[in-house]
Ligand binder design. Structure first.
Ligand code: BGC
Length: 913
């Protein structure tokens, strides 16, 4: 426990009333989802947020009620938790009666706090269970007949059915090998895109649940399903063969379950009735784009009774050998719509629209041009030095959408089953372009934004925007390296490097919980984790490096330990750790098995990917870090995280075993890679950063390492780190008293630095420090993405240091956290907020006329240690601590003022000379 001097403070109650303030219970979530449909968890958990204007509010008790009707009648009650004495308001586990499938459950919670004897009750929320069990999938998988199997055309399936009795609920459960869009009676079902998303398809596919009750008619009804290739039947041109990623045949499975007023429940669709024909989509590919002939559009195709031309009988597809799982995460949706900024005619005469933002999604447009006009849309991230439309960096991904217009003036043209990474759109087929007719639609997983950060420095604000746009574009159901070229893969190393930043920006809990399950499925039985999850044929068995090349690479495979642990810290959900624990252990097991004398020996690693290196390196300045050193450092780090997880989960035996292992591998690191005078065998920034961040050195050698790191940065005059060193670089500096150096690196505008791309007009994070070189030419065109989030990992440091919000490992999920803003002189003001599981945390400060004003907001049911550092020259002091209305404890010394604050909004002011 931390020690605080409890001082008696004269409390000046200046901006709140002494009466108990109204408390409201809001943001009811089940498994961190708002009113989810098709949730098959037998023990879901409940979370709520307590809002109150009072100070130091702590929950003392809660009582949860769950029932099958909204009035919580006695007969319908499946759980009354009773009044439980607890301050837990997130992830409270359901402990009621066994939940039935295809059923809606209502819930409400009563909360008592230390501030009032009376409870506050939330509104009623609900969730619906899904099919619960693969046995409940009665239907077969449906596909086109054999002669159409290889057709690039997209099939439109239909099935007619009758509803003659009064119904009380109708839920559609559906998934596909491929991507689908479902319709009923002429209307689209739901608004999710590219469903069912992307999982480890060989092992697991998620299904979606839709409430279609309001869409059904008495009498004749029709359901329709459009089915495209998506990620499942992606034709990947690998180095040797043209192979498909998962399967040659697309198919779907569905159950429409109807409950009648008379108590009957049935799955209504007769699978033998499915038929299909082809519609306007002539071909569709995630990477290459879509080709559409709108003259083939039949707007009535899913209307009951409508006769579709050339209809064929559908066929039963092979059984799916994997597991049909429920959807745990937010689906991809249309998010922002951006207007075109400018029409550019390039030197060679191309007509190009600039949307002013590199984004991921597609362009929709309208056109009054006559029927039969062919319009081709090409997408690119950048223009080249001469101002020409540039697509070389897309490699084999065509990113091209083609539309044959139908002459209908109201027609909006947009693709359905593809997406592009772009800022610029080249248009062919339209002579006179009105840019108002074109809009860019950004699509990404429908997660809530949780973090924002603005400062007095415009370039830093742009950097923050770029990080967030990079996250949008690369969080389409899977965290991808890039969204545009022929990769777009869930590279594990990129994901672990960016995870903490992602977690501040958006609520990524479910997104990563889902991805980690796929990681576990794709992990080899010997514990090796692949470079990409979901694993596919990109570096698959036919790759020249073979299976071994892609699996078990340091810093990538460690996503198996780093992400579960960091997710636990940000969101506080033990279940994530519990679920991933075995996978974490297996990864450590792989490293142990592949060790000699406690040194991880595997040969192939990607190392500190894209570190600073020079084309013409005669003087050897490229910042190479030994891959063996990195591998051992991550071996230690991952093992330490496993130990921490074992502690949280109280796995005592493992704690002992892995603590012993840790001592051995730590010693091996020091024996092998640290010279007797404390130098690391690779005298590079990344070496020192990893050794310091992972706490691998003796106290004496730590000091030496900090010095050598500073010397190294000074020698170069800039950072030299790659994907593995960069996320920790500024943290290590700030945590070791070298904050000014961290700020210097952050504010540097020349290559290599975070702001260099910003000065070059970047609107997302680049893959390389010098994607566009100072002379305007491109670096290494075949691997030069302009939307690659890895270096955006600086975002976490900005939240933690500019805003000053830090996680307290002993109180995961921000139950108790630390606020330590740095009041850096390079900034006049900083305004940041983060919506934690308990509610919004906000820190804002500004400097004016020698004074610093600081406002801190702490959500109910949490507390915060506020550390106000005093500069060594003592140039400012806390001016009016008495204005602080509520301080749980306070300690003052020469270096800092330590306050423990309960919930509430606090204003401070200091003298700042
Ligand atoms: C990807 C990276 C990835 C790397 C592995 C690249 O092609 O774009 O982001 O981590 O391969 O070295």
């Amino acid at each position: 426990m931390r020690r605080f001097l409890f001082t008696t403070l004269t409390l000046l109650i200046c901006f709140f009333s002494v009466n108990a303030q109204k408390t409201t219970i809001t943001n009811l979530e089940v498994d961190k989802l708002i009113s989810p449909l098709g949730l098959d968890n037998k023990n879901p958990d409940f979370s709520w947020i307590i809002k109150s204007e009072d100070y130091d509010v702590v929950q003392t008790h809660y009582q949860i009620f769950v029932a099958t009707d909204e009035i919580f009648s006695k007969n319908s009650l499946v759980w009354d938790s009773g009044k439980v004495s607890s301050d837990e308001s997130v992830y409270v586990n359901y402990l009621g009666k066994e939940l039935a499938y295809d059923t809606q459950y209502f819930w409400t919670v009563k909360v008592w706090t230390n501030k009032s004897k009376r409870s506050s009750q939330s509104k009623v929320s609900s969730w619906k269970t899904g099919l619960m069990d693969n046995q409940n999938w009665k239907s077969n998988w449906i596909t086109v007949n054999n002669e159409d199997m290889t057709s690039p055309k997209i099939p439109y399936f239909i099935n007619d059915f009758r509803v003659d009795s009064k119904i009380i609920s109708a839920n559609l459960y559906i998934t596909s090998r491929g991507v689908y869009e479902a319709h009923i009676n002429g209307k689209r079902i739901g608004d999710a895109i590219l469903t069912p998303g992307w999982t480890s398809y060989s092992n697991r596919i998620q299904y979606q649940a839709y409430d279609v009750m309001e869409m059904l008619l008495t009498g004749e009804n029709r359901i329709g399903v459009i089915l495209a290739d998506g990620w499942y039947r992606n034709f990947r041109q690998n180095r040797k063969n043209r192979i498909v990623d998962y399967g040659e045949r697309t198919s779907f499975i569905s159950e429409l379950i109807i409950s009648y007023e008379d108590g009957r429940k049935e799955s209504i669709i007769d699978e033998k009735n499915w038929s299909y024909n082809f519609g306007p989509i002539l071909s569709s590919s995630i990477y290459n784009g879509e080709s559409v002939d709108m003259n083939l559009k039949n707007s009535k195709w899913s209307f009951p009774g409508h006769k579709n031309k050339n209809s064929k009988k559908a066929k039963t597809a092979s059984r799916y050998k994997g597991f049909i799982d429920y959807t745990r995460n937010e689906m991809i949706k249309k998010r922002e719509v951006l207007s075109a900024k400018e029409l550019i005619i390039t030197p060679s005469g191309d007509k190009v629209i600039d949307f002013g933002q590199n984004l991921v999604g597609w362009v929709k447009f309208k056109s009054a041009l006559p029927k039969g006009t062919e319009v081709k849309l090409y997408h690119a991230e950048v223009l080249d030095k001469k101002g020409e439309f540039y697509t070389t960096n897309l490699r084999k991904a065509e990113q091209k959408n083609t539309f044959i217009l139908n002459g209908d003036e109201d027609q909006i043209y947009e693709p359905v089953f593809t997406f592009q990474g772009f800022r610029y759109l080249k248009i062919e087929g339209i002579d006179k372009i009105n840019i108002k007719d074109f809009k860019a639609v950004a699509i990404y997983s429908d997660m809530e934004f949780t973090g924002q950060l603005t400062t007095s420095n415009k370039l830093i604000n742009q950097l923050q925007q770029n990080i967030q746009w990079g996250q949008r574009g690369n969080f389409l159901d899977v965290p991808t390296d890039c969204p545009q070229r022929d990769e777009r893969l869930g590279w594990t190393g990129d994901a672990q490097a960016f995870f903490n930043t992602a977690g501040f920006n958006m609520d990524v809990k479910n997104f990563f919980d889902k991805w980690l399950i796929d990681l576990t499925y794709d992990q080899r039985s010997d514990g090796a984790v692949p470079g990409v999850v979901p694993h596919n044929n990109y570096l698959g068995p036919n790759d020249s490096e073979g299976l071994e090349g892609n699996f078990g690479r340091t810093g990538w495979a460690d996503a198996a330990t780093i992400i579960p642990w960091n997710s636990f810290l940000i969101y506080g959900d033990k279940e994530t750790l519990e679920r991933q624990y075995l996978s974490m252990k297996k990864w450590i097991g792989f490293m142990t098995k592949n060790s000699i004398n406690n040194l991880f020996q595997k040969r192939d690693h990607w190392g500190d990917w894209l570190f600073f290196s020079r084309d013409d390196d005669n003087s050897g300045v490229s910042a190479v870090t030994s891959k063996k050193l990195i591998a051992q450092a991550f071996y230690c780090y991952s093992t330490k995280l496993l130990i921490k997880a074992a502690k949280v989960l109280d796995y005592k035996d493992d704690l002992k075993v892995y603590s012993e292992l840790y001592q051995k591998i730590l010693k091996a690191f020091n024996d092998e890679f640290v010279t007797k005078n404390g130098m690391l065998i690779s005298d590079s920034q990344t070496s020192y950063v990893l050794a310091l961040q992972f706490d691998l050195l003796s106290k004496k050698n730590r000091e030496i390492a900090v010095e050598r790191l500073i010397d190294n940065i000074n020698d170069y005059g800039h950072l030299t780190t790659g994907f593995l060193g960069t996320p920790f670089l500024c943290h290590v500096l700030s945590d070791n008293g070298k904050h000014a150096k961290a700020i210097e690196l952050l504010l540097r505008k020349e290559y290599p630095s975070w702001l260099y791309p910003v000065t070059k007009g970047a609107t997302t994070i680049w893959e390389r420090w010098n994607g566009i070189k100072p002379d305007g030419s491109f670096q290494y065109p075949s691997m030069n993405s302009f939307n690659h989030y890895a270096y955006g990992a600086i975002g976490e440091w900005m939240y933690a240091n500019l805003m000053g919000l830090k996680i307290n490992e002993n109180y995961p999920g921000f139950k108790r956290f630390t606020i330590k803003p740095l009041f850096d002189k390079n900034f006049v003001n900083i305004d940041g907020s983060f919506k934690s599981s308990y509610g919004k945390i906000a820190v804002a400060w500004s400097r004016k006329n020698g004074k610093l004003q600081l406002t801190i907001e702490i959500p109910a049911n949490t507390s915060s240690d506020v550390i106000l550092n005093k500069p060594s020259d003592g140039s400012w002091k806390l001016e009016n601590p008495k204005l602080i209305s509520k301080i749980l404890s306070k300690e003052e010394n020469k270096q800092k003022t330590l306050l423990l604050l309960g919930s509430g909004k606090y204003n401070f002011s200091f003298v700042a000379n």
